[in-house]
Design a protein around this ligand. Sequence first.
Ligand code: NAP
Length: 302
Amino acid sequence: MRIAVTGTTGRVGAALARHFQREHEVVCLPRSVCDLADRTALAECLDALDCEVLLNPAGITSLEACEDDPRLAMRVNAEAPAEIADWAASRGVKVFHFSTDYVFGGDLPGLRCEADEAAPVSAYGRSKLAGERAVLQNPDHCVVRISWVFGPEKPSFIDQQFEAALAGRPLAAVADKISLPVLTTDLCGWMERLILTDTCGVIHACNSGTPTSWHGLTLALLDEMLTCGILTEAPQVQELRLAEMTSFRAARPRFTALDTQRLSRILGELPRPWRAAVADYVRLRNSLHQGENHSCRDGKMI
Ligand SMILES: NC(=O)c1ccc[n+]([C@@H]2O[C@H](COP(=O)([O-])OP(=O)(O)OC[C@H]3O[C@@H](n4cnc5c(N)ncnc54)[C@H](OP(=O)(O)O)[C@@H]3O)[C@@H](O)[C@H]2O)c1
């Protein structure tokens, strides 16, 4: 299959491109080849494109950048996906467009399913919701909502905490904002199934388990670092409140854990628990850190 992937310099795009290159022909469309902010450049890029499936993880993902320039956020996160979706529909190309748990308002604890009402509280969330709606004008396309992505392709929160713990720096994390993380390698495996089953409409894709906070994620990370012998004792992690995060200029929703029943039905099983994904990632991260494979408690080499 010929699969085009946008945003290949990003965390998800890089993971998808690398994953699908194993068995498919992948056309990489980084910003330098396909600038979503430039309508003419995008049209020219699409004109020349030949593929059966287009994966679109590209987007402006900084909440603060979206708040500062909501017009650009709308252009890249909503208008460009609309143009991609229209082009794809005219060519019989299937689109998988990536979106976010931040389309939800986050007022209530619990899991959000695909049919729940979206009520974004930020320019980022509004632009992503507009992108979803535009893509789904064509009901054959698919919107994959993901949350708290981590993986080896690009450092994220979990890597910052890993490095801080290793360096013995003080640790702090928000404890009252709840979601579910997803490891890029797991997401790529699920995408393979979604493509094969020709899934359409909105689907939620994240690891399973009890929803957690950035504080909970940090504790799980430290626990695994202890288990693997990377740390000899667990440092304290200061609990922060979302309301006291003055560096966050954009509003963040508090409760956005995604319900993955639809994904589970397609996979025939629950996505694996996020703690197992974190455990694997700690081993991988440590082996990358040491520049060699690292042996862990169960003796497996990752
Ligand atoms: N990361 C998360 O925790 C998370 C959570 C929920 C949903 N999502 C969604 O998942 C998708 C992928 O996220 P990610 O973590 O891979 O984000 P990322 O690492 O920030 O990557 C974003 C990608 O989009 C590209 N891009 C930005 N502006 C562009 C433009 N004008 N034209 C073309 N490409 C442009 C970036 O290119 P440059 O490198 O050139 O800037 C980069 O390749 C996004 O749609 C995001 O909304 C992510």
